[in-house]
Ligand binder design. Sequence first.
Ligand code: AHM
Ligand code: MG
Length: 294
Amino acid sequence: MLPQAGLAGMMGMAGSSNVQGEDQKKLDLVANEVFKNSLRRSGQCCILITEEEEEPIFIEEPHRGDYVVVFDPLDGSSNIDCGVSVGTIFGIYKAKNPGSGNYSLEDVMRPGTEMVAAGYCMYGSMSYMMITTGKGVAGFTLDPTLGEFVITHPKVQVPSRGPIYSINEGNAVNWDAATKKYVEACKAGTYNNGKPYSLRYVGSMVADVHRTLLYGGIFMYPADKKNPKGKLRVLYECFPMAMLVEQAGGKAITGTQRSLETMPDSIHDRAPIYLGSKEEVELIEMFKREMGAQ
Ligand code: AHM
Ligand code: MG
């Protein structure tokens, strides 16, 4: 769908906005329909939570199964119209009472530690799919001649250090002291023998996390003075990426706790996130402990 989108007149705004008040692109809506339809028809799902819809979607018989799927159908929407990488992020919970036919929001409002699987697809110069079911991370690349994803990264391991930091630095004036201190240390190379880190920021979480998984480093979307909970959504952005990063040997935190231990207070709840190489994230943790919430 994506490679033809520009030619098929499917770029640009849809003229509507989602529950977060964000303008929706045509492709956001198309992707949402495609994923909803195929998840419903799979017969495996009881509840779907999508970034594009305010309310949960309860699947009725005869299509109902036992899994809850939380997803962002097309993440990185601001990059769609210029052809920069975007992606799909998903997480999966098993219903608390499988087979009961009794499903409710209690099946959804759970910490990320209870997810049974998570992953993302990235649509860029190649299409990748990275998946975890809680036993490490495997990566697949789409072979367009076969129309199949082929395993190319059987055991993804995020390096324990990595001299790359990734953050929207335009928000720096509103960051907390610990984030400022860490980014200053990156620029000064304080923990890298005086050699400054590189800054890389695509603005599509999928692309920024994908690079972080493969090359190491850190991706951050912190809380700031204007957005006390940050920007990224707990259920279908933070949790799936945190699970992948942990399963690849890295670390993911909100700044005050392990990301996956967050208890979402609504289906579209947000939380700050710092994820990537273990030792980079531990530096932030240390600064947060030293400096508190200033
Ligand atoms: P979206 O779900 O509306 O696309 O927003 C999420 C995206 C992430 O992919 C990315 O990390 C972040 O927003 C970038 O935000 P900003 O433009 O504030 O840097
Ligand atoms: Mg999105």
